[in-house]
Design a protein around this ligand. Structure first.
Ligand code: ZN
Length: 519
């Protein structure tokens, strides 16, 4: 999951960036450094600043590396990895092994409990009238199952699922399955709107007495995808399926012509009680203030219709390679860097929430969370989620990458990835802003596979992430202060995050002290 609006940059910048990269690509790869720092402590020169070692980090990132093979293994051999599933457990093992090879000082996993486990059964829709035709559909993640024997019901068109749509459907929605139309997913804003709209649609369906929801796919050509509409890993209120766009449109045309459509709908999702999931946590210890740390993270879990390559396997592999690149410099930053692969992200950022909670005692020493979660679109810079107070220090830390034109800072705050709970704890966060590239079409879809990943671009991101993490960890001063609960509330209002939280059923988790800073 990731839904940040894209800030368009002049095409000139893209051109400059490509020039910069092609120049670097001609540089010879650096000789790999020994796996461990030399015995006898820090022989690296303390005078080696981030600016000194940045060119070497760029060469190491762009040169031969295990990045591509690591990602191929994760996506092709382990595949889609829904949190709590056997594949997710294998993926955690993959992460531990890959971090070890990267040369980190320490790696381990940290378990947390998700409220429910979920997997899809054999979802099936049969058209009983006006006559059989194939309807391709998948369960919405964390949707309840249909009752034993399935549901036989009329389908009623609820338009966009807004008040007008349900008003038009009227009493016919009672006992029926409501069909909800959706626009094509093209932009970050479309994606964001899809998530924000869903809880209201579901509430209206419940109030209208509907028995299930059919969502029209936002993608063309029968492409199916899965995500959840629930905010905190809970099972949804109504059975919901996503229907292939063409099949949903066909049903809608019958209804528009006053031809009733009756279906038999079976969706025997398997739902369990609480399940364990685990984050993978690696560390390079700092030389001066090892208890202070910067976190570089990406989520490791994915949906399983595809193999979670763009969302977010590529960035999980990228974080591991950033650790390798930093280690390869032989230079140790002032503060520690923690590299974290979160799980439970797709169910509502549950792994990062668990991490923030488990490490609450350390958050005063946490300088920043840097999160990547937008596929392989070119990085344009970072969103600081309203933290204008840290902008100057961030620019200082990112200065060695100035020539790469990837340092545009924005202050928008969007809910949708693993920076969220750190933001709610008052810790400064950086979320990579990226061009959409091929992210939207393949988002959570059956087509999100290894072949969609631009490895050359991903290597650029390794360099950017490594330098950002090292740069912040090595600043002479702290990046910024940890905000109090009152300051975080002000930030929420200033950025409009409060409204997003209300729409996505997250506000009550903050109000009730379930997520976020206590005082
Ligand atoms: Zn994601």
């Amino acid at each position: 999951m990731r839904m940040s609006p894209m800030r368009a940059l002049p095409i000139l910048l893209c051109t400059l960036f490509l020039c910069a990269i092609s120049t670097q690509a001609q540089l010879p790869p650096v000789k790999p450094a020994p796996l461990q720092p030399p015995a006898g402590g820090n022989t690296c020169s303390v005078a080696n600043t981030c600016a000194d070692i940045a060119p070497g980090m760029i060469r190491s990132a762009e040169g031969p590396s295990p990045l591509e093979e690591n990602l191929r293994h994760l996506t092709d051999e382990i595949g889609g990895r829904v949190s709590g599933s056997p594949a997710a457990e294998k993926a955690a093992g993959w992460g531990v092994e890959a971090f070890r090879h990267a040369g980190v000082d320490e790696v381990h996993t940290e378990k947390f409990t998700m409220p429910t486990g979920w997997s899809e059964g054999r979802t099936h829709i049969e058209i009983l009238s006006p006559g059989a035709f194939a309807v391709r559909a998948v369960a919405v993640g964390w949707s309840p199952a249909t009752p034993d024997g399935g549901i036989t019901a009329n389908v009623v068109d609820a338009g966009a699922g807004d008040e007008a749509g349900f008003g038009k459907a009227g009493s016919a929605a009672k006992g029926a399955i409501v069909l909800v139309h959706q626009n094509f997913l093209i932009t970050w804003d479309d994606l964001f709107e899809e998530y924000e709209r869903a809880p209201g649609v579901i509430d209206r369906a419940v109030n209208a007495g509907a028995v299930a929801i059919f969502w029209m796919s936002t993608r063309p050509n029968l492409l199916l995808y899965r995500h959840t509409n629930s905010a905190n890993g809970e099972i949804e209120k109504l059975p919901q399926a996503t229907l292939a766009r063409e099949d949903a449109e066909r049903i809608a045309r019958f209804l528009a012509n006053n031809v009733p459509v009756q279906v038999h709908f079976e969706m025997p999702n398997k739902i369990t009680g609480p399940v364990e999931s685990e984050n993978v946590v690696a560390e390079i210890r700092g030389r001066e203030k090892p208890d202070e740390f910067v976190l570089l993270g990406a989520h490791l879990d994915s949906w399983e219709l595809g193999t979670g390559a763009l969302d977010n396997g590529c960035n999980a592999a990228m974080v591991i390679d950033a650790a390798r690149v930093i280690h390869s410099t032989g230079t140790i930053p002032r503060r520690s860097i923690r590299f974290v692969l979160f799980t439970g992200e797709e169910q509502g950022m549950l792994g990062s929430a668990a991490y923030a909670r488990a490490h609450r005692n350390e958050l005063d020493q946490m300088d920043a969370a840097i999160i990547f979660d937008s596929g392989v679109g070119r990085v344009t810079g970072y969103s600081l989620s309203g933290r204008k107070d840290v902008a100057e220090a961030v620019k200082q830390a990112l200065a060695p990458t100035q020539s790469l034109n990837a340092n545009n800072i924005t202050f928008d705050a969007e809910i949708g990835t693993d920076n969220f709970d750190f933001l709610l704890e008052g810790v400064p966060t950086l979320v990579a802003n990226q061009e959409p590239a091929n992210y939207m079409l393949n988002y959570h879809a059956a087509s999100d596979t290894f072949d969609k990943v631009d490895i050359a671009e991903l290597k650029n991101h390794v360099a950017l992430a490594a330098i950002a993490a090292f740069g912040i960890a090595d600043l002479p001063q702290r990046l910024g202060k940890r905000q109090s609960r009152a300051e975080i509330e002000t930030l929420m209002k200033e950025t409009g995050m409060d409204e997003q939280m209300k729409q996505m059923d997250l506000q009550k988790l903050w109000d009730d002290g379930i997520r976020g800073r206590e005082r």
